[in-house]
Design a protein around this ligand. Structure first.
Ligand SMILES: *Cc1c(COP(=O)(O)O)cnc(C)c1O
Length: 396
């Protein structure tokens, strides 16, 4: 049996070596502490779970949902966008519930990319943007995100010929994996660029509610003209610790939303209704949980950064997202360095190259680790640095 070219062409799993080492350590009964996964460890808020349990008993919720979601859920999404960002959306035509935002992020390529078309994709980035482009027969053109440019793509450096062939541009702020944030001025430049080249803008924004030091991330849709060119993907996953329930949304331009809806309606049958009611509860219920979670993440961020700096990494504290993007000392590859931490301290981090070539020179450290594991992980890193005399630039 021969698999399709799109499956055969999937890039190889980048962390083979590290995964093998983790498995070996576990087989020997050693405990590894993982800072590699971006999945909130704090439970879903109690009032949301209670609503889910109640709705699970309602027979109407046992039947097929509609692809485009319950009207109450679409209205709740529109009302949330208005309260949170001052963005006014028509719940009938400008909002689309998703089975987690990854579902929409993965499917939108099929609505705009024909074989040979280009999608502009950041590097480093969440891998789904480039892989879905390839699944649709298109080619990703990678826009480097560098520290010098505050991890924003430099739109002026995209060759005119590439921009001319492009159908779609991906952006993601607050950013995974760099933790960078973008302001309205950047989004304005993206709108102008999209107008000039007739592009669809896809803004992946699951981290707007995970922010620190009083910072409030903005929505792409706040910028004049954004509704003409773009769709924003959002999610309950990171805001309300609901990764396991699979519920998110797209909001923005009605035509783009309609294309995605038509594609989806031929593939899935929507989100289980009890989960849609739980999502309404999350969006409309007490929002105190957001500040509580962010206080926990901020405390973790500061504790982890202190130790990363001690062991010789260069770190800027992120203002939002669940990640610390740390510069490793010169002379190592990201993968070498991650292996060093695993061998020396039994601590797992993600090599920056897992998110693209421009991630070389960095590791990603996640804040979604239980506090007791953070205690142990940081103690191990300190102890390791003490034993080895700390690690500076590699000299051989
Ligand atoms: C977590 C994450 C998602 C997916 O979120 P779901 O709504 O759970 O599917 C999408 N994009 C980025 C950048 C993420 O980090």
């Amino acid at each position: 049996m021969k698999v399709s070219k799109r499956i055969a062409d999937l890039p190889p799993y980048l962390f083979v070596q590290i995964s093998r080492k983790i498995a070996e350590k576990k087989a020997r009964g050693e405990r590894v502490i993982s800072f590699a996964i971006g999945d909130p460890d704090i439970p879903t808020p109690e009032h949301v779970i209670q609503r889910l349990c109640r709705e699970a008993r309602v027979p109407a919720n046992h039947r097929y949902p509609e692809t485009y979601g319950l009207p109450e859920f679409r209205q709740a999404i529109a009302a949330w966008y208005r309260r949170r960002f001052g963005v006014v959306l028509d719940p009938e035509t400008e909002v689309l519930p998703l089975i987690g935002s990854k579902e929409g992020v993965g499917h939108i390529a099929f609505c705009y990319i024909d074989p040979g078309d280009v999608a502009l994709v950041p590097d480093p980035a969440y891998p789904v943007y480039s892989i879905s482009t390839m699944f649709a027969g298109g080619q990703p053109y990678f826009m480097p995100l560098t520290a010098e440019n505050h991890f924003l793509p430099d739109l002026d450096r995209i060759p005119a010929g590439v921009a001319g062939r492009a159908k779609l541009i991906w952006i993601n702020y607050p950013n995974n994996p760099t933790g960078a944030v973008a302001g309205l001025d950047f989004f304005e430049r993206v709108v102008a660029f999209a107008r000039r080249h007739d592009l669809v803008v896809c803004h992946d924004a699951p981290y707007t509610e995970v922010a620190f030091d009083g910072y409030r991330p903005v929505s792409f849709l706040q910028v004049p003209g954004a509704m003409d060119v773009g769709l924003e993907f959002h999610s309950l996953s990171k805001s309300y610790n609901m990764t396991g329930w699979r519920v998110g949304m797209a909001a923005g331009n009605a035509q783009i939303r309609d294309a995605l809806m038509r594609f989806k309606s031929n593939l899935d049958s929507g989100i289980p209704q009890a989960i849609q009611y739980a999502a309404i509860e999350a969006l409309e219920g007490d929002q105190g949980c957001i500040g509580e979670h962010n206080a926990v993440y901020q405390r973790r961020r500061d504790r982890i950064i202190e130790v990363l700096r001690e062991i010789g990494l260069g770190v800027m504290p992120p203002m939002a997202s669940l990640y610390i993007w740390a510069r490793i000392p010169p002379g190592y590859t990201s993968a070498d360095y991650a292996t060093l931490l695993l061998d020396g301290a039994g601590v797992v981090v993600t090599p920056g190259t897992g998110y693209g070539q421009c991630g070389e020179g960095y590791i990603r450290v996640s804040l979604t680790v239980a506090d007791s594991d953070i205690d142990e992980g940081l103690a191990r890193l300190r102890d390791w640095a003490r034993r080895t005399g700390g690690i500076g630039p590699r000299t051989t």
